[in-house]
Design a protein around this ligand. Structure first.
Ligand code: NAD
Length: 437
């Protein structure tokens, strides 16, 4: 793709539309408002806190990313979304139990005004949930048109100049690409025929893309990972990205595995288990939804370690991922990893990682960065899959002929080089021979 000549400045309001207003979405919205009120610091957000080195190491140029590329300001963001439960963002945040009482109190008035629109939902795709705040229509196409109408009304009501949609809804049952996903026409026909290969998340994505709105996928759902929606994204000049926020265990996996490979240390097995008690954990109790998550979590190691290139080191890896719903923990997930590695002459060693994390606290800054970067991509005229946003995803989307890049540091370099490229700066290679001439 050619470098865009110019990037339209972020004038006016940016509408952020979130299908699924549960723990992650409400922690994100509350956090943005707390930062705007100057009551908190946006820790974990690269767009807000990160810098980018430009030119040579001796040049001393390291502006903040948000000053280097023109990103929308937090003050210009307005929020909306859909959920199968009618509770306001305040009630949903209180129920999610992520934020302390003093934070909740500070944003109560703001969050109470954000009420979800009725969802495009079907219990067949998220078996553990039942909600009454849902749309009715004569077929899936009709429901997708209602989502389009919601988008248009939201845009008008809030006077938005641009919108971004980011899926923060539940993990749907495992789905494989079907022939109805092949073209925009077959997809539309399938919506009209209520075909089971069309999941609710796809209706939102179709509505967003055909309305000219960027779509990001925070769950491991198939959604935009299909040719029909990618074709439409090209046609409507819409950036898309996914899938599944890379937050806790996989974040660490994609830091540790590249280190083993870089040092040519072998791996016999990696056992990952999770204990969590939020609604996401409850949804993942259903084997269909768990399978979707499991596939997403399993991919990283294989792609990073490349066993076909290093058979003596990585050919026989036992990689297991377990998720256990355990209500007392709420959103405070415990991710345990037992890693069996081997070194010089094959001698075995073990590493244990016990990450006592907070799921939505890790996810919220990712939501913020994705919203801002997808908006930037759209203003820059980038369309289709945004591989440079792989940094944020467990299962990064790529062009069909490529394997996904999972190594966090390669992803970070790719992201920053993309920003340099967009702004016409030299790319950084880390060669540095010129200092020794
Ligand atoms: N928190 C993390 O660290 C993390 C990491 C990676 C991915 N995710 C994914 O992000 C998503 C959100 O996580 P969460 O902890 O906020 O879950 P959550 O259960 O608190 O919120 C999801 C919300 O989506 C709603 N929903 C389900 N189907 C919907 C539909 N068709 N339309 C509108 N709303 C719908 C549910 O009612 C629920 O309120 C999940 O899919 C999760 O797997 C989270």
């Amino acid at each position: 793709m050619e470098k865009p000549n110019s990037i339209a400045p972020p004038r006016g309001k940016l509408g952020v539309l979130l299908p699924g207003m549960g723990a992650v979405a409400t922690t994100f919205i509350a956090g943005v408002e707390l930062v705007r009120q100057k009551q908190a610091v946006p820790v974990g957000s690269l767009t807000q806190m990160g810098t980018i080195r430009l030119g040579k190491r001796t040049d001393g140029r390291s502006p903040k990313i948000k000053d280097f590329v023109k990103l929308a300001k937090l003050e210009d963001m307005v929020f909306g979304g859909w959920d199968i439960f009618p509770e306001s963002a305040y009630e949903a945040a209180a129920k999610a139990g992520v934020l302390d009482a003093h934070h909740l109190a500070a944003v109560k008035t703001f969050l109470s005004k954000i009420k979800p629109m009725p969802a495009a939902f079907d219990h067949e795709y998220v078996k553990m949930l039942n909600g009454k705040h849902v749309k009715n229509g004569k077929n899936k196409y009709d429901i997708a048109l209602q989502v389009k109408d919601d988008i248009a009304k939201f845009k008008k009501k809030h006077g938005c100049s641009r919108l971004v949609m980011l899926w923060c809804g539940s993990t749907e049952v495992f789905m494989k690409q079907h022939e109805v996903h092949e073209t925009a026409e077959s997809f539309e026909k399938a919506m009209k025929e209520n075909h089971p290969a069309i999941a609710p998340s796809m209706l939102y994505a179709w509505a967003a893309i055909t309305s000219g709105i960027a779509y990001g996928n925070g769950a491991p759902n198939l959604t935009v990972d299909i040719p029909a929606l990618q074709e439409l994204a090209q046609k409507h000049n819409v950036p898309i990205g996914g899938k599944d926020f890379k937050t806790g265990q996989t974040l660490l996996k994609t830091v540790l595995a590249p280190a083993f490979k870089a040092r040519m240390l072998g791996l016999n097995g990696w056992f990952s288990t999770n204990i969590l008690g939020n609604r996401d954990g409850e949804v993942l109790e259903d084997p269909g939804s768990f399978k979707t998550k499991e596939e997403s979590k399993l991919g990283a190691l294989e792609f990073i370690l490349q066993p076909h290139l290093y058979p003596e080191l990585y050919k026989k890896i036992h990689h297991k991922v377990r998720i256990n719903y355990y209500p007392p923990r709420g959103d405070n997930k415990e991710g345990w990893d037992n890693i069996d590695i081997f070194g010089w002459l094959g001698y075995p060693m073990q590493i244990k990682v016990d990450f006592l994390c907070r799921d939505s606290i890790l996810a919220a800054p990712i939501v913020l960065d994705l919203v801002l970067f997808l908006d930037l991509a759209q203003r820059a005229g980038l369309r289709g899959i945004q591989e440079w946003l792989s940094f944020y995803f467990k299962s990064p989307m790529t062009a069909p002929q490529l394997y996904p890049e999972h190594d966090l540091f390669i992803q970070s370099m790719k992201l920053k080089n993309t920003l340099r490229w967009l702004q016409g700066e030299d790319l950084i290679t880390h060669l540095g021979q010129e200092y020794y001439d």
